[in-house]
Design a protein. Structure first.
Lengths: 216, 216
DNA sequence: GTCTTTCGATACGGCCCGTAGCGTAACTCA
DNA sequence: TGAGTTACGCTACGGGCCGTATCGAAAGAC
């Protein structure tokens, strides 16, 4: 379907696509979300405003596409240990989030998504689900090294593993995001190390534990 | 200074203040951030639009004030153990964040704050710094119970304790926020328990730890 | 009673959104 | 090569909202 969509007529300009998305990101940096206008993006891209509306139905959808590709540059090179891998991904994610276009656009789009189901789905597919690969990969490596226990067998084990991945993803991404955007403080290597230690060993590391955890 | 600010003339209507902030919250629920207009808020509040602009210079500042009070309802009753306290605050915070006016407004305001230093400061003062009290209190109780080691003495110990509070706050608030708003999944009691276990004992709980943590 | 400030109401310039219409450019197919 | 089809740049437009100005009336302070 996607391949045979348009077989005749003048094709869409791929150069215009790139110019528009680039212009959107640079406008986000300079103006922020509230002052970003479609007319301005068109002007920066050297393109007519109508060309924007032929591709996206509104500002939100355009910005999601402009920002989603930024997250794809996240990588997880094998740094040899679970600790090093976690610290690495924390710092990479923070570096990404400290770029003005990323932080501005991500928050604005998430805000709009709170009352727009279609946009919520677009975010989940374009960003969240795609980046969970980092956690899956880091976890797999740690299990291979013996730093984490292997997944239990069977479908129950797989479901449990999926829940663990979701949890770790929310904790790491959430902590970095909150630190950068809500608390508005920088993510330093020292902070990344502290976060990693907390994740690996917990709050109670090095302390007596007089209160046993209750079974569920 | 604040007390003797205005000594003559007609005083500001406290009823109007309340009506405006209530109207702002209800408009956020129904319309979301993008469609919320000052004229509409004035209409809902039964107030002239000029009355809004006498109190706040723009939409962002008004919404921060409308939302900040919601966070003050967070409490931390002593549930008898660190585990129970953490689970409790996670669930309370999630309940707050799942209210439409909270999630919409918080994200929108944070997005605007990425390129507005004054707004960033307002958020930090009105929300972040005020809610850290929950972590400080929970930590103090846990230390009294012997679940956490006491703070080292001296100014260095105090600084270290402050960093620990900041870290735990970012991790807990960030995880809940990311789960609710970015991943767009519900915070269930089961999830809260998993998060608490992770926070208390870390990823490596129950697994061998071949890689020792390096001292800093 | 006078002074000061807020209030509601109305009007306004300005900016932006999203769409429509037009002539032209680019590409496909016969 | 020529006809058909689609994208493009340009311009213009109605409509909505922002933030401000202006006015007379109301509400307290002195």
């Amino acid at each position: 379907m996607a391949g045979s969509r348009r077989r005749t007529g003048r094709p869409r300009s791929a150069a215009a696509d790139r110019a528009i998305l680039d212009a959107t990101r640079s406008a986000l940096v300079e103006l922020g979300w509230g002052r970003l206008t479609m007319g301005d993006v068109a002007l920066r891209a050297g393109v007519a405003k109508t060309t924007l509306y032929r591709r996206w139905s509104n500002k939100n959808e355009m910005v999601v596409d402009a920002v989603a590709v930024l997250f794809d540059e996240l990588e997880l090179p094998d740094r040899g240990s679970l600790r090093a891998d976690v610290e690495g991904v924390v710092l990479s994610f923070a570096e990404l989030l400290e770029r003005p276009e990323t932080k501005t656009a991500l928050m604005a789009v998430v805000a709009e998504a709170t009352h727009d189901e279609a946009l919520r789905a677009r975010i989940r597919a374009a960003i969240v689900e795609r980046q969970k690969r980092l956690v899956v990969e880091g976890r797999r490596r740690a299990q291979a090294r013996g730093e984490l226990p292997p997944d239990p067998p069977g479908p129950r084990g797989a479901a449990e593993a999926a829940r663990a991945v979701d949890l770790v993803f929310d904790v790491i991404a959430g902590a970095v995001l909150h630190r950068c955007l809500v608390s508005a403080e920088r993510v330093t290597p020292v902070w990344a190390e502290s976060l990693t230690t907390l994740l690996l060993h917990g709050l109670t590391a090095g302390a007596p534990q007089p209160v046993p955890s209750r079974p569920s």
